[in-house]
Design a protein around this ligand. Structure first.
Ligand code: G6P
Length: 637
């Protein structure tokens, strides 16, 4: 949510800033801006709308400055207008600041600063920051809340430190000043901020893809840290002004991962990457030399026994698509490993947590590892469990994330990486499938430990998992063209219903969410058996129904539920087993998938729904990778 970039070095900053913003545009795209500092001038350019508008404005502007900051915005405070676009400046336009997050106490700070003569020009919370820094530069705090005053290093740094100590909320900042032309300041407080180390040049960004083309050496700031970047190096401090010793880590991401590689959209590329992602997950978590006779678990989770043994409950906290993956996880954990499991929206749980249950594993599922609600819910749970006198309530915390370098990994002691590679399309696809894989591994490991399934059944499921990459390839090959053609029929459709049951009920929810997110068509996912209790009233010939009907405990039931919809003239689309006569009789359009064990079917059934939503949105000429009003990672509450 909002992208931040910064550069200090020897090259023209504005080009590097715009390139960085291109890779971060998925974080927000309702306005963008850059500010550079060079030769006694602070030059600021901002534009409403997509980054291309800013690029057009910058064309032809000669800007040799070697220091600057940039921002792509997802509006929280103030409409997406140019005057609200970042960077924001102080009254005299000597300091420029970009922010990702929310400053909760901005109203009182604004009043205080206005009373001192500061003039505000935007409706944003961010604008208080440059004014506050300007105020502290002119009138350093009388009682700085520090025993280490940084003015010897830089009065800009010290003024920024004093300002940051006044801010309440979750934020990441990058700041420059024309009076300090050799300094780029960055801050992290509950919102991500990484620093890239080059040769005589340094970068900062709210996400590493913006840094990757230049360097693999990256330092991720912790909460409560402030850093000063000069051409000579990076100094990191805590908010009291104490210098900290920090070293960059080497990333193993590759810049190729953030290119479209011939696909029209990132989303389509990422859908096609799914067989490879599942293969990588299998290579990472399956013991290749395992067989039924080996007398050990087939899964390598690398998690301590204390986390997994003697569990009485599991609670999963997540948002959006990760919440849907967690519902599949609940099904597996209960039906395979026999552990009672609840799945909670993190945004609800944090304000109304259930009473503490004993011997409970809490799992936070977040693709980005940065979703504010999920992080806050996990932190709250960890704190209240640590405070309990009953040792059966002690926290057992696990994260499932695609970004093992994220805030989640700093918050919880154990993390399962989902190995999907960076996902750029705002609508999650490959990371969803990778989250499902994590739940297969976790539930099979628990089933093995708790002996809830026989070793023959375990072997059968492991073999089924191994077949999935080839089966995914088959689904993609056989359906791409047909789904594209089918999408033509829905150019004017305004409502869709998705139904599924059992382990495929969450897939119906996910199918509906994908369609809503990128094609702006109203869609609802329902457990098929509940249709009769209300939603069936919506059906007529204008409302297509997509049913997920795959062999297993509820196959015939879903077919009957589909027939009930057909009797109301709904057009029926079925995600069905390949070569199935019953399905061919029932549905108007077929999206066949290979026949697999019911427990494994979600990995395959979700793919036709991803393709369907992709092609409908592409057909409508919509911006598939950057749908309106959405952001890839929601770092504000
Ligand atoms: C945003 C994204 C969704 C995502 C959700 C949770 O809303 O647009 O695609 O599912 O956040 O994100 P997370 O990173 O926590 O999985």
């Amino acid at each position: 949510m909002c992208g931040i970039v910064g550069y200090i070095g020897t090259r023209a900053a504005s080009k590097i800033l715009v390139e960085g913003l291109k890779t971060l545009e998925y974080r927000g795209y309702d306005s963008a801006g850059v500010a550079t500092v060079g030769e006694g001038i602070l030059q600021r350019t901002r534009a409403k709308g997509k980054l291309i508008n800013l690029q057009t404005k910058l064309e032809g502007l000669e800007d040799p400055a070697h220091l600057g900051i940039g921002h792509t915005r997802w509006a929280t405070h103030g409409k997406p207008e140019e005057h609200n676009a970042h960077p924001h400046t102080d009254t005299k336009e000597r300091i420029a600041v970009v922010q990702n997050g929310i400053i909760e106490n901005y109203r009182e700070l604004r009043e205080e600063l206005k009373a001192k003569g500061h003039q505000f020009r935007s409706d944003t919370d961010t604008e208080v920051i440059p004014h506050l820094i300007a105020e502290y530069l002119q009138n350093p705090a009388e009682n700085p809340d520090s025993d280490t005053v940084l003015t010897e290093q830089s009065s800009f740094l010290e003024a920024a430190r004093q300002a940051v100590n006044r801010l309440k909320g979750a934020f990441a900042l990058a700041m420059v000043s024309v009076d300090f032309p050799d300094e780029l300041l960055v801050v992290r407080q509950q919102a991500p901020l990484a620093i890239g180390f080059g040769q005589g040049e340094f970068f900062c960004a709210s996400d590493t893809p913006a840094i990757m083309p230049y360097t693999q050496a990256v330092l991720t700031l912790e909460n409560g840290e402030l850093a000063r970047l000069t051409r000579m190096g990076v100094e990191v401090y805590d908010f009291t002004g104490h210098r900290l010793k920090k070293k960059p880590q080497t990333l193993n991401w590759n810049p190729i991962m953030v290119e479209k590689q011939g696909f029209k959209h990132f989303m389509l590329k990422e859908i096609y990457e799914q067989p490879g992602v599942v293969r990588t997950c299998l290579e990472t978590y399956l013991d290749t030399s395992w067989d039924q006779q080996s007398g050990r678990s087939p899964i390598n989770l690398n998690l301590p026994n204390a986390l997994l043994d003697d569990l009485e409950h599991i609670q999963i906290l997540a948002c959006g698509t990760s919440w849907h993956a967690s519902l599949v996880g609940k099904y597996l954990l209960e039906q395979v490993a026999n552990v009672p499991t609840v799945v909670q929206y993190a945004s609800e749980f944090r304000y109304a947590p259930a009473p503490l249950m004993a011997n409970t594993l809490t799992i936070g599922v977040t693709q980005s590892g940065e979703t504010a609600d999920t992080l806050a819910a996990l932190e709250m749970e960890q704190t209240r469990r640590s405070a309990s006198c009953d040792e059966r309530h002690a926290p057992r915390m696990l994260g499932i994330t695609n970004r093992v370098d994220s805030s989640l990994s700093r918050l919880v002691p154990h993390v399962m990486g989902t190995m999907a590679g960076i996902e750029i399309g705002v609508a999650a696809t490959k990371t969803f499938v990778a989250q499902l894989m994590a739940f297969y591994f976790l539930s099979l490991e628990l089933a093995y430990r708790r002996q809830t399934i026989s070793s023959a059944r375990l072997a059968e499921l492991i073999e089924g998992l191994r077949q999935l990459p080839a089966q995914l390839e088959l689904v993609l090959e056989s359906q791409e063209r047909y789904v594209e053609e089918l999408s033509h029929d829905f150019a004017d459709t305004t409502d869709f219903i998705f139904i599924g049951r059992g382990i495929n009920y969450p897939i119906a929810l996910e199918g509906a969410l994908k369609l809503k997110e990128i094609s702006y068509i109203h869609a609802e996912g329902y457990p098929a058996g509940e249709m009769k209790h209300g939603p069936i009233a919506l059906l007529d010939e204008k409302v297509p129904v997509v049913a997920i009907a795959t062999p297993g405990t509820v196959y015939e039931k879903v077919l009957s539920n589909a027939q009930e919809a057909k009797a109301r003239d709904a057009r029926l689309i079925g995600v069905v087993p390949m070569n199935d006569a019953d399905a061919e009789d029932t549905f108007d359009a077929l999206l066949p998938v290979p026949i697999v064990d019911e427990l494994l079917s979600p990995v395959l059934t979700v793919v036709p729904l991803q393709l369907l939503s992709y092609h409908i949105a592409a057909r409508r000429g919509l911006d598939v990778d950057q749908p309106r009003n959405l952001a890839k990672s929601v770092t504000v509450e």
